[in-house]
Design a protein around this ligand. Sequence first.
Ligand code: PSU
Ligand code: MN
Length: 310
Amino acid sequence: MDLSRYMEYSEEVRQAKENGQAIVALESTIISHGMPYPQNVQTAREVEDIIRDGGAVPATIAILNGKIKIGLSQEELEYLGQTGEVIKASRRDIPYILSSRKDGATTVAATMILSEIAGIEVFVTGGIGGVHRGAEKTMDISADLEELSRTNVAVVCAGAKSILDIGLTLEYLETKGVPVLGYQTETLPAFYTRSSPYHVNARIESCEELASLLRAKWDLGLDGGVVIANPIQEKDAMDEREMTRIIESALREAEEKNITGKEVTPFLLGKVKELTNGKSLTANIALVKNNAVVGAALASCYQSLKRTHV
Ligand code: PSU
Ligand code: MN
């Protein structure tokens, strides 16, 4: 089906597609709901530049005025970061935002969907959503996990945050057949820290190896995404015990205030930032940039495989 009436590509991304260049998708909820202004917009710009320096073209994805945007201008990034009114958009929200011509900042799930439509296989973010602690009662499981089970996009992230139940998140991904790969690591990184007690499915050393794994998966029709977990650099990592204490206190407050649904993740992120005096934000920015380096390299490797492989 021709979806062109829903879509708008930036000139940079349009040319990249035409020339068969490597492209890396970026989400926008991290801009509107994941970080405060102005660090959000500045980080978004810097991450785009890291991807360009790595030889790929960045495509930040959002819905603006009812149009799916693949690649945003400086003004559009600024708008997303400043206005408080953009809707956090996951899979279920896309149709309404399009039909009502509203603005939506796409989560990991929604960005995967739109990347696949745009023909982009590699997507860089900070952290994916997962199974929340206490999910056996609340049933709070991010739509990101379901999306990973069905949409063919590789997601480079810094693992799962310990605001989530990391063990249950991995169980869910295993059930759904989603490979969880450690980039030069054996344990799943816990976002602010380099490791966790949980093992990844496989340790992968290089982007070439990752690209051929993706190729094999999708050649065989094994639909769905892949989690590529890239640990935060040691110099940017936070103290594990301090983070555990802070996350527990943020979780308690969320429960006391009865925060539910899509507000849970933004609330916890904001609280953690407050309780660490902004240190978690600094770490968050550093790890996204670190992921952009890997994402650009992976997109380039995957693109060369595509060129040589029919
Ligand atoms: N984790 C972060 N920063 C974020 C998010 C997660 O460290 O900004 C965002 C991502 O867009 C992710 C979404 O897809 O939160 C998950 O939200 P939920 O748990 O409501 O599915
Ligand atoms: Mn949720």
